[in-house]
Ligand binder design. Structure first.
Ligand SMILES: NC(=O)c1ccc[n+]([C@@H]2O[C@H](COP(=O)([O-])OP(=O)(O)OC[C@H]3O[C@@H](n4cnc5c(N)ncnc54)[C@H](OP(=O)(O)O)[C@@H]3O)[C@@H](O)[C@H]2O)c1
Length: 254
């Protein structure tokens, strides 16, 4: 993998062969105390985010390498219930090496897993609840059906929020002492955060594949179109025609 931006001259890593240590350093949240809200998504060239029911079919070796490194530097891995249903999230989300890397830096062995399920619709039988060894919390709305909340409380911690909008969720996670919040979608969750202007970093992998005839990110999301928002390309890697960008909100578009 090589870094194309910041320019190789400035960053000194234009040649292929970026190490995991360099990628981990790049992935760290900026210094400060404010929460850092990152999303990591993968897309085809033509903007498709789901292939055969999941995002895995869009992944490339470069994406599969960077993805866990972005998880490893975070305090929490946040994911919507639709993605948990589609992709499982069972088992370890980090390799033994990355868990060791975290503990060597004084971090908990595993980031907190946060499942967003406003209506508490995720069934308690979902594999994530009995095979994911990370600490886990389900965030649901205060008015979610009480029987569903009770069923989930048998298998996980459930935090009920009066306001399950992006600001309310980020505030609740920050109140737990978590700062670097790594979101893995899905498209509906991403759309809500983008519409709220609540994304600090969008790490988007553009896989070198065309997938005509499938919906793109957010097209089928409820609520209608949100205002377009310009982003700046903060960082860009390339490997074997996969582009891996880190987009940050542009303060103002001239
Ligand atoms: N290309 C990619 O990078 C990528 C990434 C992730 C997922 N995917 C794919 O996308 C598909 C799933 O995406 P999706 O858009 O249907 O679902 P999603 O965004 O993963 O989850 C949507 C659900 O999350 C909950 N939710 C959303 N906003 C919330 C909020 N503010 N507070 C609390 N809960 C909230 C709701 O759960 P309840 O209904 O339980 O209330 C909602 O139905 C799958 O096929 C997956 O494989 C692709």
């Amino acid at each position: 993998m090589r870094r194309l931006l910041p320019s190789p001259d400035a960053a000194g890593s234009g040649a292929p062969g970026l190490s995991d240590a360099e990628l981990l350093a790049d992935a760290a949240a900026p210094a400060g105390t404010a929460p850092f809200v990152r999303f990591n998504m993968v897309s085809s060239i033509d903007g498709v985010g789901v292939l055969d029911g999941a995002s895995g079919g869009l992944g490339t070796p470069a994406d599969r390498r960077l993805f866990p490194l972005l998880r490893a530097v975070s305090d929490a891995i946040v994911v919507g219930s639709g993605t948990v249903r589609a992709e499982g999230y069972e088992g370890e989300l980090l390799s033994p090496e990355l868990r060791a890397w975290r503990t060597s830096r004084g971090l908990s062995k595993r980031p907190l897993t946060v499942v967003l399920s406003a209506s508490a619709s995720l069934p308690p039988q979902a594999p994530i609840f009995d095979s994911n060894p990370a600490p886990l919390v389900v965030i649901a709305a205060a008015d979610a059906p009480t029987e569903r909340v009770a069923a989930l409380r048998d298998v996980a911690e459930v935090e009920l929020l009066e306001s399950v909008d992006p600001g309310g969720i980020t505030a609740a996670l920050t109140a737990r002492g978590l700062r670097h919040l790594h979101h893995e979608g899905g498209p509906r969750v991403l759309r809500d955060y983008l519409a709220a202007g609540a994304v600090d970093s969008l790490c988007l992998t553009l896989s070198p594949i065309l997938a005509p005839g499938r919906p793109g990110f957010g097209i089928d999301a409820p609520g209608g179109p949100a205002a377009p928002a310009w982003m700046d390309l903060h960082r860009l890697y390339e490997e074997d025609s996969t582009l891996l960008g880190d987009y940050r909100p542009r303060e103002q578009h001239a």
